[in-house]
Design a protein around this ligand. Structure first.
Ligand code: ZN
Ligand code: ZN
Length: 143
């Protein structure tokens, strides 16, 4: 299920949620772990979306990412739905647990300041901002 806040955001921002984009987004919300593009194809077939090819899925993911509805995790080459529904937020910061596979998304002003000052210091034009911290989550550390 796509959360109500996300549906409202899409309506306000006039995001064009075509059936395939809608199914892809719903699937990401349904999974509790990051999802790889090719894992989405069998789900789309189940939902009766013709015979989707990887290109279709990548296009849907690109569109959703461009509208701040999903994030690509470069470390895992997988996708998660964005947990903040206020549109663009940079940099997206993630805590990736290697034990249970859960990814937490953070929204932190300090991270933004850090990225901006570092880029400015080195005259570096940032195109893509994502901080991926890989390790062990609090719950796994307890056990
Ligand atoms: Zn996000
Ligand atoms: Zn964990």
């Amino acid at each position: 299920m796509i959360p109500q806040a996300v549906t409202t955001y899409c309506a306000q921002q006039q995001v064009d949620l075509s059936p395939i984009r809608c199914e892809v987004l719903a699937f990401l919300w349904q999974c509790e772990r990051p999802v790889k593009a090719y894992d989405i194809i069998p789900y789309l077939k189940e939902q009766g979306i013709g015979s989707p090819v990887p290109m279709t899925v990548y296009r849907a993911l690109d569109y959703l990412a461009a509208h701040h509805l999903v994030h690509k995790l470069h470390t895992l080459n997988a996708y998660i739905p964005c947990h903040f529904h206020e549109g663009a937020h940079q940099p997206a910061t993630f805590l990736l647990c290697q034990d249970c596979g859960v990814v937490q998304e953070m929204c932190d002003d300090n991270a933004e300041k850090f990225v901006q000052s570092t880029a400015a210091k080195h005259h570096f034009a940032v195109k893509q901002q994502a901080l991926e911290l890989v390790g062990r989550c609090a719950r796994c550390s307890e056990g």
